[in-house]
Design a protein around this ligand. Structure first.
Ligand code: FAD
Ligand code: NAP
Length: 340
């Protein structure tokens, strides 16, 4: 355990912050010991994967647990499916590539999402018409209060749109150690997402396979999303709002060009990017931070060291959207160390 640690290298927004203690976790025993140490010191713990969905707005009074648990094990195989157990520190995109190389299908639309396997259930990662939830059979974790092993079924995880029990009842109470995923041995493609279809056509793919879908997703993401290594960011800063169908349709009647996607019974999803674009904030840059000119959901740290300026920008954008559309945008990444 090291003391007074700088966290700049541990988050993709490259924000500067300190924490009183940091442990690199490479085994379950080490994790149990670290949890006991944190309890003895009276510190909460903050598990970190690759820091691609956190905003560090100031020093964090917690023991940082950098999760570096590795391993992939095939638990069972039948003619149709395979179930794999993957340790929390594994890189998500490498898992996608490995699964496709084995002939285990389903994760292709989720290629190139940054981060670790252990963080994937937290917000039920999703992209291009697929999300993690249907593949999860169990999530394994250690309880922070006593180091006990917990195994949660998919139902217990209460997955929703970029949401799960880990953001609510189990927030800050467990450290995920492994995720069990059931994948298909037969291709079951999801190519309905308009951008994906267009990319497959552009690439001349007439009969898509899981591999060509993966390639198309990778090409789309490389073309559209700023690379955090060059322009530090945390992906989408705001979630797409999900409203009642009637509220969304009333708004649509006023703004007929506004994208609206049905989202389960009686609900509809709006595009947060479209709402922000209408307020004129896309591309605005101030105080070392800004909104990416090519993507209204991506807030970029252009050189400011701490997250205060970033949160101030986010507040202005939210206020502009609320004033114009009466919709309160929710911040997607987890904010830590916010000045009181
Ligand atoms: P971190 O940022 O390290 O942690 C995120 C949260 O999870 C923190 O609260 C942390 O404490 C908690 N956590 C992490 N590991 C554990 C663990 N083992 N146990 C308990 N809690 C844990 N997301 C999408 O859904 N779809 C996308 O298409 C997408 N695209 C992105 C593109 C870019 C360029 C970037 C920068 C981000 C994108 N994201 C996307 C967000 C991000 O990739 C995901 O949220 C990812 O799952 C975060 O993984 P991480 O390891 O970096 O988590
Ligand atoms: P896009 O293709 O420009 O689409 C804009 C928005 O419209 C997306 O947010 C998407 O919702 C929604 N959308 C488009 N077609 C849809 C359909 N047929 N049905 C339902 N919703 C539809 O989006 P993008 O910004 O380039 O991102 C591409 C994909 O990567 C999206 O799925 C996005 O969620 C994901 N992504 C996520 C993050 C993150 O940090 N969370 C960062 C980058 C990209 P959804 O977002 O619900 O798909």
């Amino acid at each position: 355990m090291a003391a007074s640690n700088t966290l700049q290298a541990f988050n993709t927004l490259h924000l500067q912050a300190q924490a009183p203690a940091l442990c690199i976790i490479t085994s379950l025993n080490q994790l149990r010991e670290a949890l006991a140490d944190a309890r003895a010191l009276g510190l909460p713990v903050l598990p970190l994967g690759q820091g691609s969905n956190v905003v560090l707005c100031g020093d964090v009074v917690a023991m940082i647990l950098k999760i570096e648990l590795y391993g992939r094990t095939v638990l069972s195989v039948d003619e149709e499916t395979v179930t794999v157990r993957v340790a929390a520190g594994e890189d998500w995109h490498q898992l996608v590539l490995w699964s496709l190389a084995q002939g285990y299908y389903g994760l292709e639309n989720l290629a190139l999402i940054p981060g670790t396997v252990g963080a994937a259930p937290i917000q039920n990662i999703g992209a291009y018409g697929r999300e993690l939830a249907p593949f999860v059979t169990a999530v394994h974790a250690l309880r922070c209060s006593d180091g006990e092993v917990l195994t949660l079924s998919r139902e217990h995880c209460a997955f929703g749109y970029r949401d799960s029990v880990f953001k609510h009842a189990l927030r800050d109470t467990v450290v995920i150690t492994h995720v069990d995923l059931r994948l298909s041995r037969q291709p079951r493609l999801e190519t309905g997402y308009p951008g994906l279809q267009a990319e497959l056509e552009r690439a001349g793919v007439e009969q898509p396979t899981p591999l060509t879908v993966c390639d198309a997703v990778v090409a789309l993401r490389r073309a559209k999303l700023p690379d955090p290594a060059l322009e530090p960011n945390a992906g989408s800063f705001f979630k797409n709002p999900v409203l009642s169908r009637s509220t969304a349709e009333a708004l649509h009647a006023v703004y007929p060009q506004m994208p609206l996607y049905p989202q389960g019974p009686g609900k509809a999803k709006l595009s947060a990017a479209w709402l922000i674009e209408q307020t004129g904030w896309k591309g605005v840059r101030m105080n070392g931070v800004g909104i990416h000119p090519g993507h209204a959901l991506v807030l970029v740290n252009y050189g400011g060291d701490n997250g205060g300026a970033l949160l101030a920008l986010a507040r202005d954008v939210r206020a502009a959207v609320a004033n114009r559309f009466d919709i309160v945008l929710e911040i997607e990444p987890r904010v830590y160390g916010e000045p009181g």
